[in-house]
Design a protein around this ligand. Structure first.
Ligand code: UD1
Length: 366
């Protein structure tokens, strides 16, 4: 076993745990490589990290860098310093990074500088909005990685436009759907709406955490005012991300919600959250993953962003980009419409982890 190639899989933040879970399970069945899980500790709260490890039965990380919060430079730099020490000590044969968080970029940089090949899962997504930290992380990570595992044809095209050789691009599909399928039975059995006294199809789910929506007092206040209005027609469940919670406190805005039909709660486990989503009348979000999950489940999704790195969810799915000022009107329109039939997207089939494993097997065989 010890002479088999060593693979490092990097996780850092909540969406990473979801993407890595199906891959960890698929690799557990294989004997062509050894896998070590490295948690940078970017997300550290029990309900942002441990709860996801529990839901997906992800094994304890082999390394925890315990980086925690900080500015972008602090977070990126500290991950690099800590992870470089590990790489120098154990020299993995390949590093797998996922998504677009600061730790993704940091570990890709460490690998590239030490000449350890890096593979990027969920490569090629572009919002073409460089004011988003994630866009910078995606562009740099894709430049550094020697293998780009993409979810959809638009991602392949973005990479080709940046001059990346087609030889480095392998379309594997959407790993988020594998995660959902992995736990689908337990999600459907769980009836998390009952915890809030709500009925199926009789509520909306809200998540907000993008700096552009929550770090500015006026923007956050405006969004809360819209949610307040909408809650008079449709009760809303709002699991509050730590960043948003911090800003609600800093701006003293929670009091705005008074006794409105807006159920604030801590961030939920994956099973509880997806159980709410799959029976929701609509979703209001600025998350990336939720745009995909709602498209797959056929739940209407209003995304509070001017752009998306996942355009396929708009052109082929249930996603609608909305400006904050239009939120109430667009939500009312959705409520009046019949729900359309669910469209099945190519390679959103729960088999992405298997395709990643096959690609990895070929890479390691040289
Ligand atoms: C990060 C990712 C974002 C991803 C999101 C998912 C980057 C640049 N951003 O954003 O792409 O969509 O995760 O959640 O990598 N905090 C806690 N406990 C935690 C984690 C964070 O209290 O477990 C607080 C900290 O005070 C921190 C703030 O939330 O300052 C923001 O956390 P951070 O990891 O910097 O960015 P996110 O907004 O979570």
């Amino acid at each position: 076993m010890a002479d088999m190639p060593l693979i490092h899989i990097i996780v850092a933040a909540r969406p990473n745990f979801i993407k890595v879970a199906p891959l960890m399970h698929a690799l557990k069945r294989e004997t062509f490589c050894r896998v070590e899980l490295v948690h940078t500790g970017q997300h550290y709260d029990a309900n942002m990290s441990d709860a996801l490890f529990g839901d997906f039965s992800i094994p304890e990380p082999d390394y925890n860098l315990s980086i925690g919060s900080g500015t972008h430079a602090e977070q990126t730099g500290q991950v690099m310093i800590a992870y470089e020490k590990i790489c120098l000590a154990c020299r993995p044969d390949r590093i797998i990074v996922v998504g677009d968080v600061n730790s993704t970029l940091a570990c890709a940089l460490v690998g590239a500088k030490l000449h350890i090949p890096v593979a990027h899962l969920e490569a090629g997504l572009r919002s073409f909005d460089r004011s988003m930290p994630e866009e910078i992380n995606r562009i740099v990570t894709d430049t550094l990685a020697d293998v780009l595992w993409t979810p959809s044809p638009d991602a392949d095209e973005n990479l080709r436009q940046e001059g990346i050789s087609p030889k480095r691009i392998v379309r594997v599909g959407n790993i988020m759907i594998d995660a959902l399928e992995l736990l689908r039975d337990r999600i459907e059995a769980r009836q998390a709406h009952l915890d809030f006294g709500l009925s199926p199809n009789g509520y909306g789910v809200v998540t907000l955490h993008r700096p552009s929506n929550v770090d500015n007092e006026g923007a956050l206040q405006g969004l809360l005012a819209s949610l307040l209005k909408l809650s008079k027609t449709l009760p809303l469940v709002f699991p509050v991300h730590p960043r948003t919670n911090k800003m609600l406190d800093a701006f003293n805005l929670t009091r705005m919600l008074g006794d409105a039909a807006i159920y604030l709660c801590e961030p939920l486990s994956y099973i509880d959250f997806m159980s709410l989503i799959c029976r929701a009348r609509l979703t209001i979000t600025d998350s990336g993953g939720i745009q995909e999950e709602t498209t797959y489940l056929g739940i209407p999704c209003l995304t509070l962003r001017p752009n998306t790195e996942r355009p396929i969810t708009v052109t082929q799915g249930t996603n609608i980009l909305v400006a904050p000022d239009d939120l109430v009107e667009k939500a009312q329109q959705v409520l009046q419409k019949q729900r359309g039939s669910v469209r099945v997207l190519d390679l959103w089939d729960g088999k992405t982890a298997d395709r990643v494993v096959e690609s990895l097997r070929r890479l390691l065989a040289g």
